[in-house]
Design a protein around this ligand. Structure first.
Ligand code: SF4
Length: 503
């Protein structure tokens, strides 16, 4: 058992639902207890889709457990086929149904439906949502993709785009951005999947020359299988940020056998100039803590340090599968990665790192609010406001513009920061003030270790340090004092600590 209040990911059948809902002409029959239909709301409310997900739940109740739940599943599958007439079906169990072991795959096979029926084995007690999406997509591709067709010579290079799903963070707009980029390069998109694809489309996957993998969390197993079975290479670079987008263009051009120069020369992003302009000088060295799914966390760490000049003081993910990659990336910045599904552990890591900006998920937004630290969202899980009406990709050149605006926005502007430093005694720009849009509760100080006290004089001196590094200075001084068994922090101890840490 694990006490869990917030979870970063849902159970794996939610991942399967994300794939089914992304596609057209596919139906999911889910053996699940009454109440599991809550998952519909993720799609109809949070993502604001105009149609119910293509999912039929068996919704068994307590009294059904004494009867024939297997029969219940069979009639649900039969009815779903009759009513929705899908091209293909996936069948599986939710966590509770996994315990009653009715074997949805075997039961569906016994129905002998005239369409492909793909059974899903999603171990709900070991795996999570992203794994469920990746496994479902892999099973579908493996089950439906036709044998490799000969690729006619002289044809324009073509690729599949793999990974975007329903309920994906900015998948809709990333897809538009990357499709446009590929078009400008003269590369045809054969199939985009799962988002927008039909089972019939999946049979044609083998016709492309290579695969563009946008989200390894959902597409890596399918892409690996296509590489083995259809000799299709796949892209490795995730085009989030300017540098990564340029590398992505070069990688795609190499796979397609074309020259990347014209597209690189026509680069249209404003973010390169914005982050170089003098107004961005004050961003240099800002302490940032990054947390999210592995793809977005790694990309954000790179953009933050390479393109905006921030200093990375924390990096982590709830995705244990990519822990090694994250650890390596963190090590390159002299820090240790936070790999955890426990938001309290993430909160503790944030408090210890004392960042000036958090880039994270919806959970980190709450944590940031509590701690009074500016924050921007970079990864799922996200709430309704991160399925915006406006065009707001994370990927490609326009994505780089969106990242710049989104990440800089929560920070205090340079002038405000400067005024705060100059007019510490001012009623408006006083030392404890937070960025004007964060309200009066911001800039919380960490709790003092029980054995330590500060003299009034030392506290006053600490107050002269700009607020955004004050927390760090306080923590360092207290650590210095604790290590030397100094009980009271005097002005002298404060200066000694400062000298010690600036050595
Ligand atoms: S079956 Fe799983 S997802 Fe459904 S209510 Fe039970 S624990 Fe939640």
């Amino acid at each position: 058992m694990q006490l869990a209040i917030w979870t970063y990911e849902g159970p794996p059948h939610i991942g399967a639902m994300r794939v089914a809902t992304a596609m057209q002409g596919l139906h999911y029959v889910l053996h699940a207890p009454q109440g599991d239909t809550y998952a519909d709301l993720l799609f109809t409310m949070i993502e604001r889709r105009g149609a119910r997900p293509p999912v039929t739940y068996t919704t068994f109740q307590a009294r059904d457990l004494g009867g024939d739940t297997a029969e219940l599943f069979k009639s649900a599958a039969r009815d779903a086929f009759r009513r929705f007439q899908p091209q293909a079906m996936i069948v599986g169990a939710s966590c509770t149904a996994e315990l009653i072991q009715d074997d949805p795959g075997g039961l569906a096979r016994a129905l002998d439906l005239p369409i492909p029926v793909i059974p899903l084995e999603l171990p709900s007690y070991q795996k999570k949502e992203n794994w469920g999406a990746a496994e479902t997509f892999y099973r579908l591709v493996r089950g439906l993709c036709a044998p490799p067709a000969p690729r006619p010579a002289g044809r324009a290079p073509s690729c599949n785009i793999l990974g975007p799903t329903a309920l994906g963070f900015r998948h809709r707009d990333d897809l538009r951005e990357i499709t446009g980029l590929l078009e400008r390069m003269g590369i045809a998109v054969n199939v985009t999947a799962p988002l927008g694809a039909t089972p019939a489309d999946l049979t044609r996957l083998g016709e492309a020359d290579f695969n563009v993998v946008l989200y390894p969390e959902t597409a890596a197993p399918a892409a690996a299988w296509l590489a083995r079975a259809h000799a299709q290479p796949a892209t490795k670079t995730i085009p989030i940020g300017l540098n990564a987008t340029r590398e992505f263009i070069a990688e795609v051009a190499a796979l397609a056998g074309i020259d990347p120069a014209p597209v690189l020369a026509a680069e249209s992003s404003r973010s390169a100039w914005y982050s170089r302009s003098v107004d961005s000088n004050y961003l240099t060295g800002k302490r940032v803590f990054v947390f999210g799914d592995a793809t977005h966390a790694l990309a954000a760490a790179r953009v933050a340090t390479e393109e905006l000049g921030f200093t990375l003081v924390g990096l982590g993910s709830y995705a244990r599968e990519q822990a090694r990659e994250l650890r390596d990336a963190a090590k390159a910045h002299g820090i240790e990665a936070t790999i955890s599904e426990d938001y309290l552990a993430v909160e503790a890591a944030i408090q210890a790192a004392q960042p000036e900006l958090i880039l994270g998920t919806q959970m980190e937004r709450h944590t940031a609010k509590r701690l009074g630290i500016p924050c921007a969202v970079i990864s799922a899980p996200v709430h309704v406001q991160d399925y915006p009406a406006r065009y707001s990709p994370q990927m490609g050149f326009e994505g780089a513009n969106v990242l710049f605006d989104t990440w800089v926005h929560p920070l205090m502007m340079g002038l405000e920061e400067h005024l705060l430093g100059m007019f510490r005694e001012d009623f408006e720009f006083q030392a404890e003030a937070a960025p004007s849009h964060l309200g009066a509760t911001a800039a919380a100080t960490p709790t003092l270790p029980a054995t330590l006290t500060w003299t009034a004089e030392a506290e006053r001196e600490l107050g002269k340090i700009p607020f955004f590094v004050r927390g760090k200075a306080r923590r360092n001084t207290e650590r210095y004092a604790t290590e030397r068994s100094i009980g009271t922090i005097t002005l002298e101890a404060l200066y000694d600590a400062k000298a010690h840490f600036s050595r």
